[in-house]
Write a protein that binds this ligand. Structure first.
Ligand SMILES: [Zn+2]
Length: 156
């Protein structure tokens, strides 16, 4: 595993105890070279249906997600309605379908503080639910990079 990815995973591991690490410049700069990767498919832990698509935010230390995912044909097989195919820069979002807020998105903000640090994803096929903090999503994304970016992320 690449040293810089290893140190990112170390930082994210420490963020479990010290959430201030999440907003440190060290972490955000470390994520820079992973920006533009993905979006990666996230699959349901029970039935393996696609639950969401994830990538890193272009400037902030967080994962952005969209249940519609990319419109690249080699990544998806179903058709996207043409009205949802607008440009959405910067990378990797320029290749995403528009609109996490279109009512079809699979994540619900369940942060008890009213912030946006806790999201619940619900599988549209089997109803399984997974709830993640921002730190957990970042850790899952960096782990996906660390293991060679093969295949989807399987939700936990
Ligand atoms: Zn499922």
């Amino acid at each position: 595993m690449d040293e810089s990815v290893k140190s990112l995973l170390g930082l994210l591991e420490r963020a479990r105890e010290d959430s201030a690490i999440l907003d440190s410049p060290e972490l955000n700069e470390g994520l820079d070279r992973l920006r533009g990767l993905g979006p990666v498919r996230v699959k349901c832990p029970k039935c393996r249906a696609t639950v969401s698509w994830w990538a890193l935010h272009p400037a902030e230390p967080s994962v952005v997600f969209n249940s519609l995912g990319p419109r690249r044909r080699h990544l998806r097989k179903d058709q996207i309605p043409p009205d949802q195919l607008g440009p959405q820069p910067p990378k990797p979002f320029d290749d995403w379908s528009l609109g996490p807020m279109d009512g079809r998105h699979s994540a619900k903000n369940v942060d008890p503080t009213g912030g946006s640090n806790r999201w619940r994803f619900t599988c549209r096929r089997c109803g399984a639910q997974s709830t993640y903090t921002r730190a957990t999503m970042l850790r899952m994304f960096v782990q996906w990079v660390a293991t060679g970016q093969h295949g989807p992320i399987i939700a936990q």
